[in-house]
Design a protein. Structure first.
Length: 145
């Protein structure tokens, strides 16, 4: 499932941006297959970050993920040097930074708790807590010897 659609790209950046990066044969027609593939690849790239904290597929659409998906897809669509701009690169780098913050738990997605389950259920790896008996030899105990 892609986190964004062609309509999202046109809403945020307009048809001109989409035409700049997705007109593969310069006939002024946007290549829908290329757009769909770029959005799918961008979503897969994002899943690589998301799966470290959340169970996939996500239970709800996440508005937070639309913008980074678009920015990654546009960057990937603009493969040729003529089509890619510095702004495309900056937006891509910002999207990757956001995804990194999500994977580290600094930014959290808003998901409903699983029905009848624990709120932490469905999350990725949880911290490991190790408990054990009191230490036999410590600095304080050895000083008394």
């Amino acid at each position: 499932m892609a986190y964004a659609t062609r309509a999202d790209i046109e809403t945020i950046y307009g048809a001109d941006t989409l035409a700049r990066v997705a007109d593969r044969d310069f006939d002024e027609v946007i290549d829908d297959a290329a757009v769909d593939a770029a959005l799918a690849r961008a979503s897969a790239e994002m899943d690589g970050y998301i799966r470290s904290r959340y169970a996939l597929p996500l239970a709800e659409e996440q508005p937070l993920l639309v913008q980074p998906c678009i920015d990654i897809a546009i960057y990937r669509l603009a493969q040729s040097g003529a089509g890619r701009t510095d702004e495309d690169r900056t937006r891509y780098e910002d999207a990757v930074k956001l995804m990194d913050r999500i994977s580290k738990g600094k930014v959290e997605l808003v998901l409903p708790p699983p029905p009848g389950g624990d709120a932490t259920e469905g999350l990725g790896p949880q911290p490991v807590v190790i408990e054990g008996p009191e230490r036999l030899f410590s600095r304080e105990k050895l000083r008394g010897i």
